[in-house]
Design a protein around this ligand. Structure first.
Ligand SMILES: [Zn+2]
Length: 121
């Protein structure tokens, strides 16, 4: 991601926090892909100590990809409480890319392109 995209990046994060809040606060970081677990384009975790969701996005990709990966990870954090609750009740693992995640991802994507909170993209 180029330096001049930083302002637009922050606007996108602020828009997501306001429009699609999660049950706990969300911290977003950018890192080189080689420093991210599994060399993924993005990751999302819940940190039980800080009680925060931590989203990390690979910074070595173009701005547009960073935003789309951010939507993907954001859809995880806004739906996790439902998935976790079901896993506790059913005592089994469930796919994180399930129907709820897909709906949340679609809602974020659609709302973003209808609202256009940033000039880029
Ligand atoms: Zn995912």
């Amino acid at each position: 991601m180029k330096k001049r995209a930083k302002g637009e990046w922050l606007k996108a994060i602020i828009w997501l926090k306001k429009t699609f809040p999660a049950t706990e606060p969300i911290t977003v970081r950018s890192k080189l892909r080689c420093k991210i677990e599994y060399k993924a384009l993005g990751t999302a975790y819940f940190c039980p100590e800080s009680r925060r969701f931590e989203v990390t996005i690979a910074s070595d990709q173009i701005f547009e990809n960073c935003v789309l990966v951010l939507f993907h990870e954001w859809a995880h954090v806004v739906t996790w409480h439902k998935i976790y609750a079901r896993c506790i009740i059913r005592r089994k693992k469930e796919s994180f890319h399930n129907k709820e995640w897909g709906i949340a991802y679609a809602q974020i994507y659609r709302s973003f392109f209808e609202t256009k909170p940033i000039r880029k993209l």
